[in-house]
Design a protein around this ligand. Structure first.
Ligand SMILES: Nc1nc2c(ncn2[C@@H]2O[C@H](COP(=O)(O)OP(=O)(O)OP(=O)(O)O)[C@@H](O)[C@H]2O)c(=O)[nH]1
Length: 324
Protein backbone atom coordinates (compact mmCIF):
# COMPACT_ATOMS: atom_id res chain seq x y z
CA UNK A 1 0.00 0.00 0.00
CA UNK A 2 1.06 3.59 -0.68
CA UNK A 3 2.71 5.45 2.24
CA UNK A 4 0.45 7.95 3.97
CA UNK A 5 1.08 11.61 4.78
CA UNK A 6 0.65 11.74 8.55
CA UNK A 7 0.32 15.02 10.43
CA UNK A 8 1.40 14.54 14.04
CA UNK A 9 0.69 17.17 16.70
CA UNK A 10 2.18 16.45 20.11
CA UNK A 11 3.66 19.02 22.48
CA UNK A 12 5.71 16.55 24.58
CA UNK A 13 9.07 16.23 22.83
CA UNK A 14 9.85 12.64 23.86
CA UNK A 15 6.38 11.41 22.74
CA UNK A 16 6.62 13.33 19.51
CA UNK A 17 10.05 11.94 18.60
CA UNK A 18 9.02 8.40 19.54
CA UNK A 19 5.83 8.49 17.42
CA UNK A 20 7.53 10.22 14.51
CA UNK A 21 10.23 7.53 14.46
CA UNK A 22 7.72 4.66 14.70
CA UNK A 23 5.56 6.06 11.92
CA UNK A 24 8.55 6.71 9.66
CA UNK A 25 9.74 3.15 10.32
CA UNK A 26 6.35 1.94 9.11
CA UNK A 27 7.18 3.71 5.82
CA UNK A 28 5.02 6.85 6.12
CA UNK A 29 5.79 10.51 5.45
CA UNK A 30 5.44 12.37 8.76
CA UNK A 31 5.28 16.05 9.59
CA UNK A 32 5.44 16.61 13.35
CA UNK A 33 4.45 19.79 15.22
CA UNK A 34 4.48 20.83 18.85
CA UNK A 35 1.85 23.55 18.32
CA UNK A 36 -1.69 23.28 17.01
CA UNK A 37 -1.50 26.61 15.19
CA UNK A 38 1.69 25.58 13.30
CA UNK A 39 0.01 22.32 12.29
CA UNK A 40 -3.05 24.21 11.05
CA UNK A 41 -0.86 26.58 9.00
CA UNK A 42 0.86 23.66 7.25
CA UNK A 43 -2.24 21.51 6.79
CA UNK A 44 -3.16 22.53 3.23
CA UNK A 45 0.37 22.29 1.79
CA UNK A 46 1.07 18.93 3.47
CA UNK A 47 -2.34 17.51 2.47
CA UNK A 48 -2.41 14.74 5.10
CA UNK A 49 -4.09 11.33 4.81
CA UNK A 50 -4.21 10.98 8.61
CA UNK A 51 -3.97 13.33 11.59
CA UNK A 52 -2.66 12.23 15.02
CA UNK A 53 -3.57 14.80 17.67
CA UNK A 54 -2.62 15.09 21.29
CA UNK A 55 -5.70 16.14 23.24
CA UNK A 56 -3.95 18.29 25.85
CA UNK A 57 -1.67 20.98 24.43
CA UNK A 58 -0.80 24.40 25.82
CA UNK A 59 -1.58 26.68 22.82
CA UNK A 60 -4.66 24.90 21.51
CA UNK A 61 -6.53 21.85 22.77
CA UNK A 62 -6.52 18.91 20.35
CA UNK A 63 -10.32 18.93 20.25
CA UNK A 64 -10.33 22.63 19.29
CA UNK A 65 -7.76 21.93 16.55
CA UNK A 66 -9.91 19.03 15.26
CA UNK A 67 -12.93 21.36 15.07
CA UNK A 68 -10.90 23.95 13.16
CA UNK A 69 -9.61 21.30 10.74
CA UNK A 70 -13.18 20.09 10.09
CA UNK A 71 -14.38 23.67 9.58
CA UNK A 72 -11.53 24.83 7.30
CA UNK A 73 -10.99 21.65 5.27
CA UNK A 74 -14.30 20.06 4.26
CA UNK A 75 -12.61 17.05 2.66
CA UNK A 76 -12.75 14.36 5.34
CA UNK A 77 -9.42 13.02 6.70
CA UNK A 78 -9.33 10.61 9.68
CA UNK A 79 -8.26 12.12 13.01
CA UNK A 80 -6.92 9.94 15.86
CA UNK A 81 -6.64 11.53 19.29
CA UNK A 82 -3.77 10.76 21.67
CA UNK A 83 -4.21 11.11 25.41
CA UNK A 84 -2.81 9.85 28.68
CA UNK A 85 -6.40 9.55 29.95
CA UNK A 86 -8.94 7.01 28.81
CA UNK A 87 -12.12 7.99 30.67
CA UNK A 88 -15.22 7.16 28.56
CA UNK A 89 -16.50 10.79 28.80
CA UNK A 90 -13.22 12.09 27.38
CA UNK A 91 -13.28 9.62 24.50
CA UNK A 92 -16.95 10.45 23.76
CA UNK A 93 -16.20 14.19 23.74
CA UNK A 94 -13.19 13.74 21.44
CA UNK A 95 -15.28 11.79 18.92
CA UNK A 96 -18.04 14.43 19.19
CA UNK A 97 -15.54 17.17 18.35
CA UNK A 98 -14.61 15.50 15.05
CA UNK A 99 -12.21 12.69 15.96
CA UNK A 100 -12.50 9.21 14.49
CA UNK A 101 -10.49 7.12 16.93
CA UNK A 102 -8.50 7.28 20.15
CA UNK A 103 -5.11 6.00 21.35
CA UNK A 104 -3.97 5.96 24.97
CA UNK A 105 -0.45 7.16 25.78
CA UNK A 106 2.09 5.72 26.05
CA UNK A 107 1.12 4.33 22.71
CA UNK A 108 1.68 0.60 22.37
CA UNK A 109 3.65 -0.03 19.18
CA UNK A 110 1.54 -3.03 18.09
CA UNK A 111 -1.72 -1.13 18.60
CA UNK A 112 -0.24 1.85 16.74
CA UNK A 113 0.77 -0.34 13.74
CA UNK A 114 -2.65 -2.02 13.67
CA UNK A 115 -4.57 1.29 13.78
CA UNK A 116 -2.32 2.83 11.15
CA UNK A 117 -2.91 -0.19 8.90
CA UNK A 118 -6.69 0.21 9.28
CA UNK A 119 -6.44 3.93 8.51
CA UNK A 120 -4.30 3.17 5.47
CA UNK A 121 -7.12 1.06 4.02
CA UNK A 122 -9.53 3.95 4.55
CA UNK A 123 -7.01 6.32 3.01
CA UNK A 124 -6.73 4.17 -0.14
CA UNK A 125 -10.54 4.05 -0.45
CA UNK A 126 -10.73 7.79 0.10
CA UNK A 127 -8.21 8.45 -2.69
CA UNK A 128 -10.06 6.09 -5.05
CA UNK A 129 -13.34 7.82 -4.21
CA UNK A 130 -11.75 11.22 -4.85
CA UNK A 131 -10.41 10.03 -8.22
CA UNK A 132 -13.78 8.55 -9.17
CA UNK A 133 -15.55 11.79 -8.18
CA UNK A 134 -13.17 13.82 -10.38
CA UNK A 135 -13.76 11.45 -13.32
CA UNK A 136 -17.51 11.61 -12.74
CA UNK A 137 -17.44 15.40 -12.65
CA UNK A 138 -15.41 15.50 -15.90
CA UNK A 139 -17.84 13.07 -17.55
CA UNK A 140 -20.79 15.19 -16.40
CA UNK A 141 -19.21 18.36 -17.76
CA UNK A 142 -18.55 16.67 -21.10
CA UNK A 143 -22.08 15.31 -21.19
CA UNK A 144 -23.74 18.65 -20.48
CA UNK A 145 -21.53 20.23 -23.16
CA UNK A 146 -22.50 17.52 -25.66
CA UNK A 147 -26.19 17.90 -24.82
CA UNK A 148 -26.04 21.54 -25.92
CA UNK A 149 -23.52 21.28 -28.74
CA UNK A 150 -23.79 20.43 -32.40
CA UNK A 151 -21.41 17.52 -33.09
CA UNK A 152 -20.12 18.72 -36.47
CA UNK A 153 -19.65 22.44 -35.93
CA UNK A 154 -19.42 22.64 -32.10
CA UNK A 155 -21.84 25.57 -32.26
CA UNK A 156 -24.88 25.51 -29.98
CA UNK A 157 -27.38 22.92 -31.18
CA UNK A 158 -31.09 23.32 -31.89
CA UNK A 159 -32.05 22.20 -28.39
CA UNK A 160 -29.88 24.89 -26.76
CA UNK A 161 -31.03 27.48 -29.31
CA UNK A 162 -34.71 26.87 -28.51
CA UNK A 163 -34.02 27.17 -24.80
CA UNK A 164 -31.98 30.37 -25.17
CA UNK A 165 -34.52 31.95 -27.51
CA UNK A 166 -37.31 31.35 -24.97
CA UNK A 167 -35.17 32.83 -22.21
CA UNK A 168 -34.20 35.86 -24.29
CA UNK A 169 -37.82 36.49 -25.35
CA UNK A 170 -38.87 36.56 -21.66
CA UNK A 171 -35.87 38.63 -20.58
CA UNK A 172 -36.24 41.21 -23.36
CA UNK A 173 -40.02 41.31 -22.80
CA UNK A 174 -39.53 42.05 -19.11
CA UNK A 175 -37.00 44.79 -19.80
CA UNK A 176 -38.58 46.27 -22.92
CA UNK A 177 -35.46 45.68 -25.02
CA UNK A 178 -35.25 44.77 -28.73
CA UNK A 179 -34.21 41.30 -29.81
CA UNK A 180 -33.01 40.16 -33.25
CA UNK A 181 -33.04 36.72 -34.87
CA UNK A 182 -30.97 36.17 -38.00
CA UNK A 183 -31.44 32.94 -39.93
CA UNK A 184 -28.98 32.11 -42.70
CA UNK A 185 -28.80 29.34 -45.22
CA UNK A 186 -25.92 28.40 -47.51
CA UNK A 187 -26.74 29.02 -51.17
CA UNK A 188 -26.60 26.11 -53.62
CA UNK A 189 -25.12 23.76 -51.07
CA UNK A 190 -26.48 20.68 -52.84
CA UNK A 191 -24.35 21.26 -55.98
CA UNK A 192 -21.41 22.08 -53.66
CA UNK A 193 -21.74 18.66 -52.00
CA UNK A 194 -22.39 16.92 -55.30
CA UNK A 195 -19.23 18.29 -56.91
CA UNK A 196 -16.74 18.70 -54.06
CA UNK A 197 -17.98 15.76 -51.97
CA UNK A 198 -19.76 15.46 -48.65
CA UNK A 199 -16.55 15.61 -46.59
CA UNK A 200 -15.58 18.91 -48.19
CA UNK A 201 -19.17 20.01 -47.50
CA UNK A 202 -18.75 19.13 -43.83
CA UNK A 203 -15.45 20.99 -43.64
CA UNK A 204 -17.08 24.03 -45.21
CA UNK A 205 -19.91 24.00 -42.64
CA UNK A 206 -17.24 23.83 -39.91
CA UNK A 207 -15.40 26.77 -41.41
CA UNK A 208 -18.59 28.82 -41.67
CA UNK A 209 -19.43 27.98 -38.06
CA UNK A 210 -15.95 29.02 -36.95
CA UNK A 211 -16.33 32.32 -38.75
CA UNK A 212 -19.76 32.95 -37.23
CA UNK A 213 -18.51 32.11 -33.75
CA UNK A 214 -15.59 34.51 -34.21
CA UNK A 215 -17.79 37.35 -35.44
CA UNK A 216 -20.63 36.95 -32.94
CA UNK A 217 -18.95 36.13 -29.67
CA UNK A 218 -19.96 39.03 -27.42
CA UNK A 219 -22.13 38.54 -24.35
CA UNK A 220 -25.76 38.25 -25.44
CA UNK A 221 -24.86 36.87 -28.90
CA UNK A 222 -25.63 33.22 -29.61
CA UNK A 223 -24.70 31.31 -32.77
CA UNK A 224 -26.35 27.97 -33.36
CA UNK A 225 -26.74 25.37 -36.06
CA UNK A 226 -30.45 25.32 -36.79
CA UNK A 227 -30.16 22.18 -38.93
CA UNK A 228 -28.39 21.01 -42.12
CA UNK A 229 -26.81 24.06 -43.76
CA UNK A 230 -28.93 26.57 -41.82
CA UNK A 231 -27.67 28.66 -38.90
CA UNK A 232 -29.34 31.06 -36.48
CA UNK A 233 -27.84 34.01 -34.62
CA UNK A 234 -29.59 35.64 -31.67
CA UNK A 235 -28.61 39.21 -30.92
CA UNK A 236 -29.59 40.68 -27.58
CA UNK A 237 -30.58 44.33 -27.30
CA UNK A 238 -30.40 44.73 -31.08
CA UNK A 239 -33.06 46.71 -32.99
CA UNK A 240 -33.87 46.52 -36.69
CA UNK A 241 -31.44 49.29 -37.71
CA UNK A 242 -28.58 47.54 -35.94
CA UNK A 243 -29.76 44.19 -37.32
CA UNK A 244 -29.22 45.48 -40.88
CA UNK A 245 -25.62 46.34 -39.99
CA UNK A 246 -25.14 42.89 -38.45
CA UNK A 247 -26.52 41.19 -41.59
CA UNK A 248 -24.14 43.24 -43.69
CA UNK A 249 -21.23 42.35 -41.39
CA UNK A 250 -22.18 38.69 -41.64
CA UNK A 251 -22.38 38.83 -45.43
CA UNK A 252 -18.92 40.42 -45.56
CA UNK A 253 -17.52 37.82 -43.16
CA UNK A 254 -18.70 34.95 -45.39
CA UNK A 255 -17.52 36.72 -48.56
CA UNK A 256 -14.09 37.25 -46.99
CA UNK A 257 -13.67 33.48 -46.65
CA UNK A 258 -13.77 33.28 -50.48
CA UNK A 259 -14.67 29.58 -50.52
CA UNK A 260 -14.58 28.47 -54.14
CA UNK A 261 -17.99 27.34 -55.48
CA UNK A 262 -17.78 26.92 -59.26
CA UNK A 263 -21.21 25.26 -59.37
CA UNK A 264 -23.18 28.09 -57.80
CA UNK A 265 -25.60 30.02 -60.02
CA UNK A 266 -25.12 33.07 -57.81
CA UNK A 267 -21.37 33.69 -57.56
CA UNK A 268 -17.99 32.03 -58.05
CA UNK A 269 -17.66 31.73 -54.27
CA UNK A 270 -19.87 30.32 -51.54
CA UNK A 271 -22.59 32.73 -50.42
CA UNK A 272 -25.41 32.74 -47.89
CA UNK A 273 -28.92 34.20 -47.79
CA UNK A 274 -30.32 35.73 -44.63
CA UNK A 275 -33.61 36.67 -43.04
CA UNK A 276 -33.74 38.80 -39.89
CA UNK A 277 -36.52 39.90 -37.56
CA UNK A 278 -36.24 42.47 -34.77
CA UNK A 279 -38.83 43.50 -32.22
CA UNK A 280 -39.44 44.25 -28.58
CA UNK A 281 -40.97 41.01 -27.31
CA UNK A 282 -44.13 40.85 -25.25
CA UNK A 283 -42.59 37.76 -23.67
CA UNK A 284 -45.45 35.57 -24.90
CA UNK A 285 -44.27 34.85 -28.46
CA UNK A 286 -44.07 31.21 -29.53
CA UNK A 287 -40.61 30.28 -30.74
CA UNK A 288 -42.03 28.14 -33.58
CA UNK A 289 -43.84 31.20 -34.87
CA UNK A 290 -40.67 33.30 -34.65
CA UNK A 291 -38.72 30.73 -36.64
CA UNK A 292 -41.52 30.66 -39.24
CA UNK A 293 -41.46 34.44 -39.59
CA UNK A 294 -37.70 34.69 -39.99
CA UNK A 295 -37.70 31.69 -42.35
CA UNK A 296 -40.24 33.50 -44.58
CA UNK A 297 -37.80 36.42 -44.96
CA UNK A 298 -34.93 34.03 -45.65
CA UNK A 299 -37.07 32.38 -48.32
CA UNK A 300 -37.75 35.80 -49.87
CA UNK A 301 -34.00 36.54 -49.92
CA UNK A 302 -33.48 33.20 -51.71
CA UNK A 303 -36.28 33.98 -54.16
CA UNK A 304 -34.82 37.40 -54.94
CA UNK A 305 -31.54 35.85 -56.10
CA UNK A 306 -29.65 34.71 -52.93
CA UNK A 307 -26.44 36.20 -51.42
CA UNK A 308 -28.58 38.88 -49.75
CA UNK A 309 -30.59 39.61 -46.65
CA UNK A 310 -34.06 40.82 -45.80
CA UNK A 311 -34.48 42.41 -42.40
CA UNK A 312 -37.85 43.38 -40.99
CA UNK A 313 -39.58 44.45 -37.85
CA UNK A 314 -41.46 41.41 -36.62
CA UNK A 315 -45.14 41.67 -37.75
CA UNK A 316 -44.20 44.85 -39.64
CA UNK A 317 -42.80 46.09 -42.90
CA UNK A 318 -39.32 45.29 -44.20
CA UNK A 319 -36.63 47.56 -42.78
CA UNK A 320 -33.93 46.94 -45.32
CA UNK A 321 -32.77 44.50 -47.85
CA UNK A 322 -29.62 43.96 -49.86
CA UNK A 323 -29.23 42.89 -53.43
CA UNK A 324 -26.42 40.63 -54.55
N1 LIG B 1 -21.86 18.01 -46.20
C1 LIG B 1 -23.00 18.22 -45.56
N2 LIG B 1 -24.09 18.55 -46.25
C2 LIG B 1 -25.23 18.79 -45.61
C3 LIG B 1 -25.32 18.68 -44.22
N3 LIG B 1 -26.60 18.97 -43.86
C4 LIG B 1 -27.27 19.25 -45.00
N4 LIG B 1 -26.45 19.15 -46.07
C5 LIG B 1 -26.74 19.30 -47.47
O1 LIG B 1 -27.21 20.58 -47.77
C6 LIG B 1 -27.89 20.50 -49.02
C7 LIG B 1 -29.09 21.39 -48.97
O2 LIG B 1 -29.67 21.35 -50.23
P1 LIG B 1 -30.96 22.17 -50.64
O3 LIG B 1 -31.92 22.19 -49.48
O4 LIG B 1 -31.47 21.60 -51.92
O5 LIG B 1 -30.48 23.63 -50.79
P2 LIG B 1 -29.34 24.30 -51.67
O6 LIG B 1 -28.75 23.36 -52.67
O7 LIG B 1 -28.39 24.91 -50.73
O8 LIG B 1 -30.14 25.39 -52.43
P3 LIG B 1 -30.67 26.78 -51.89
O9 LIG B 1 -30.74 26.68 -50.39
O10 LIG B 1 -32.01 26.92 -52.49
O11 LIG B 1 -29.70 27.80 -52.34
C8 LIG B 1 -28.25 19.03 -49.23
O12 LIG B 1 -27.45 18.51 -50.28
C9 LIG B 1 -27.87 18.37 -47.94
O13 LIG B 1 -27.37 17.05 -48.10
C10 LIG B 1 -24.16 18.29 -43.51
O14 LIG B 1 -24.14 18.15 -42.29
N5 LIG B 1 -23.02 18.08 -44.21
Amino acid sequence: MEPMHILLVEDVLSERLYLELRLKNLGHVVKAFSSGQDALNSYASFDPDLVLLDICMPDMQGTELAQKIRACFPEWVPIIFLSAHSEPELIAEAIDKGGDDYLTKPVNSMVLSAKIKAMQRISVMRRQLKQTSIQLQQANELLSQQVNEDGLTTLANRRYLDQKLSELVSLHGRNGLPLTIIMLDVDHFKPFNDHYGHIEGDNTLKLLAYQLKGKFSRAGEICARYGGEEFVILLSNCNSQQAVKECERLKEAITSLAIKHEYSDTAKILTVSQGAISWIPTGLESIENLYQEVDKLLYQAKAKGRNQYIAADYLNQPVDQSEN
